[in-house]
Design a protein around this ligand. Sequence first.
Ligand code: B12
Ligand code: SF4
Length: 613
Amino acid sequence: MGSRSDAVLISPALAGRLFHFVMIKPTHYDDDGYPIQWFRSAIPSNTLACLNGLAEDARRRNVLGPDVEIRLHTYDETNRRVQPDLIVREIRKAGGKALIGLVGVQSNQFPRAVDLARPFLAAGLPVCIGGFHISGCIAMLPEMPQDMREAQALGISFFAGEAEDGRFDAVLRDAWDGKLAPLYDHMDKLPNLQGQPPPILPRKHVRRTSGSLSSMDLGRGCPYQCSFCTIINVQGRKSRFRSPDDLEKIVRENYGQNIRRFFITDDNFARNRDWEPLFDRLIELRAGDCPKIGFTIQVDTLCHKIPNFIEKAAQAGVRRVFIGLENINPDNLIAAKKRQNKITDYRRMLQKWREHGAITCAGYIIGFPGDSKASILRDIEIIKRELPLDILELFFLTPLPGSEDHKVLWQKGVSMDPDMNKYDLNHRVAHHPKMSDAEWEDAYRAAWEAFYAPEHIRTILRRAAACRLGRPKTTLTTLLWFKLVSAYEGVHPLEGGAFRRKYRRDRRDGLPRETPALFYPRYLWESAVKMWRYWSVYRQCKSILDEVLAAPNRWTYTDLAVAPPREDEFEALDLYHATAGGEAALARMHRDDAIRKSAHAAIWQAPATSRAS
Ligand code: B12
Ligand code: SF4
């Protein structure tokens, strides 16, 4: 390791007092082997912001000694081209030592991260990879998987766990001393987040995204046990959170740069034990000198049962919610250990968010063991008819490294696709017990098309336009994003962006470099065709919106999904009768209601003295 660092001591004048920490958030490859990159990506990376916040703090505290200058460089590969050779050249020009950090590397980004690492290693620069692939594999598997072993053999160092609480300082010091360890394993202890340096990114990153949106994590950990989830095995099941003061600091720093909208990346903000003081602080800020702040949060399907949660979320500026709905068949939910999701609560929960002016986006998994192509398409129609949902995000059921599902398949030796690049939830990486591979893939694509069909877009817009706090124009923008990216970009909408970049020379290792005569005309043609399709769909949807806004019955429009719960609701809806396990879920609800009622009656029938005791 020592000799690697020595190789960059190019400028003797600066040697010994300059240290570069280069943070790169890698992307992954599309099906043709080109990195997925955009002129504008959707949201700045929170992991990059967290690492940058920690590095800024280390720099302020002079962790490498008072005479060493630490320079920070941040790259988000989803919205800019990363050329290792250029970075090496810049470091050599400036002189000093360096550490290349590949940050927040998910499983699907691991092959790209290793490809990026190679030229740095060849130039003698040490590389460290952190993120969910490393942490998930170390947390769940009895031994390192092949891809990690190969990367380690190249000389790449790994960081497993979270970098707060002084752990990052140790990595910097080791890199400075030229003795980076092969593995930093912090999986045994989860740091407290209170008072830790908050996530912050240089403004240039926000400019490369939609422009006024940033992200932050206010808490980590979730108490539930879903078998497809990696989060609980990496960030734990105990709620850890930042303080309201930390939150205010993040909001103010961003607000000063005209950034007013935030994606709070907590996987389940409803289970952040401190949600209320955090919302209260936001309510204060909105009433004070940050009136225009708005938020997107992620929650579970029971959040509406927490007293005041949705009410305070609305007052705090929550305008969009991602909800882990996952499925409408209770049998599937039980199989995935997602017992907390009760289909009998879905309608009430979604209606409540709607009444409070939030756009609802639900995650939905395709390919549970009980699914068939026909049942998947039936379910999508039930959702369209009976649930007041604005956006449906579909995912292949995927054994993500770090999840219980992955561990079980690994232990049983069940075949899974060895190419980690495909673990983006938009590719099938395993086989289904009932559907053929082709049927499963067809069902996934058909589900996207069915939900985003023009007629259903009209229905969603009519629902938004009839709602007092509805935002039909913003709803349409979000719908268009999901429809266009899923239909024309060949990537998941959560990985989408504005205008796809492709570089001929940046192709996945092992794939041939295309000739300019082939590459450029095709890139131009593809871009032109996409522009035309985008324009056509936009025009079609815009005319639907205009028609909906001008409709004489705009404000009186109603349908099964948005109408208030009816007396015979549980008898009449397909949600409870056509789904697998729906009737059993209904029976459980009736039984629980009866128990609650009799317990309540027993309390009130008891003599006052025993009640008091
Ligand atoms: C926010 C988020 C997104 C955002 C990203 C933008 C943003 N604003 O950050 C969006 C919505 C775009 C997104 C998309 C996707 N995501 Co996502 N996402 C998350 C989420 C909820 C939070 C990420 C985060 O900020 N975590 C907090 C940070 C601080 O934790 P961290 O990344 O682990 O980093 C810490 C350590 O790992 C370590 N560390 C990390 N890197 C390094 C490097 C060095 C050198 C060192 C020393 C330390 C270090 O220090 C950090 C601070 O403690 C996570 C779940 C989670 N709880 O993390 C899923 C998660 C990372 N996403 C996941 C997936 C699969 C995806 C998608 C592929 C899904 C899809 N089909 O769209 C896409 C991929 C798109 C992309 N190009 O990134 C998976 C990855 C699982 C895996 N095994 O790889 C996760 C874990 C969720 C899950 N379903 O299990 N995602
Ligand atoms: S509710 Fe979400 S974050 Fe919590 S365990 Fe389930 S999938 Fe994971």
